[in-house]
Design a binder for this molecule. Structure first.
Ligand code: PMP
Length: 290
């Protein structure tokens, strides 16, 4: 059975959910989006996702035609209409239909879409064995260009890095920023543990400030773990005791090899397991009811 999609104020069957080829989201990647997840009938940290969605839109000077509360209701209603309680949600605002020029002023009405669908999880086994990933030559976009804090529809930077990872036969790529500091992966934030301290790149280095990342920082602090949002180069990856990635789809996933070098003892570490357990408890309670 097909999905019911929210499109510009209506809920329509997926075959009818069509957008113009003159939409600047299609022509130029001009727009913003969110990847959100619901667990056990609750949308995890929905308010944080909606805040980021509105900030992304504001950063590209796009005025959304709905209030935050209306977008929250759209997300919940899409889940209800599809009978979904555990799902992945894709909320999209593109610049809308315009002409073939770049000018967003020619696109009077943004296109708003929301999709609720099943989740493609990494195999559970990877959470026990850990992933092997690489650093790639493609650098993360500079903040003065397209700031990575904007969750924009223009993901070519990430896709270029993903292609490099795929060619090398690994599922993820670590991107460095222009100065050579570790930034983030193509669809996940990165954490390391060294001597009991949890470290993750600070947002000013040019990363998407992940909702999962921020939840993990809170959980670590609650556990009494020292957390540093800081700049570090590849040296710190190679010498880390533990490494893991965070993201809405991946949750927390351990990394045991980077550039074919073994991280720590080559197994997911105790800090990772503790935080994964805390996170899986958190998603049961921290969310807005569908
Ligand atoms: N960085 C990038 C580039 C991403 O696309 C994502 C996934 N949206 C993340 C980090 C993780 O963010 P979140 O925890 O909000 O899903």
């Amino acid at each position: 059975m097909g999905l019911i999609i929210y499109l510009n104020g209506e809920f329509v069957p997926e075959e009818e959910a069509k957008v113009s080829v003159f939409d600047h989201g299609y022509l130029y990647g001009d727009g913003v989006f969110e990847g959100i997840r619901a667990y056990h009938g609750k949308v995890f940290r929905l308010k944080e996702h909606i805040d980021r969605f509105f900030d992304s839109a504001k950063a590209i000077n796009m005025t959304l035609p709905l209030s935050k509360q209306e977008v929250i209701d759209v997300v919940r209603e899409t889940c209800r209409r599809n009978g979904l309680t555990d799902c992945y949600i894709r909320l999209i605002a593109s610049r809308g239909k315009g002409d073939l020029g770049l000018d967003p002023a020619k696109c009077p009405v943004p296109t708003i879409v929301n999709i609720a669908s099943s989740i493609a999880l990494y195999p559970e086994e990877l959470y026990h064995t850990g992933m092997s990933i690489i650093t790639v030559p493609t650098r993360r976009n500079i903040p003065e260009g397209v700031n990575p804090r904007i969750k924009s529809l223009n993901y070519l930077n990430n896709i270029m890095a993903k292609i490099e990872a795929s060619i090398a036969g690994v599922p993820e790529a670590v991107m460095l920023n222009q100065e050579g500091y570790v930034a983030e992966c193509t669809g996940d934030n990165i954490f390391i543990v060294k001597d009991g301290v949890l470290k993750t790149p600070a947002p000013y280095l040019g990363i998407l400030e992940g909702v999962t990342r921020n939840a993990v920082i809170e959980l670590a602090l609650k556990r009494g773990i020292k957390v540093l949002e800081t700049a570090f180069p590849r040296y710190d990856l190679f010498t880390a005791d533990e490494c893991f990635l965070t993201g809405t789809a991946a949750e927390l996933i351990p990394v045991v090899k980077i550039d074919n070098r073994v991280i720590g003892d080559g197994k997911p570490g105790p800090v990772f397991y503790q935080l994964l357990e805390d996170f899986r408890e958190l998603v049961k309670v921290d969310g807005i009811d569908i």
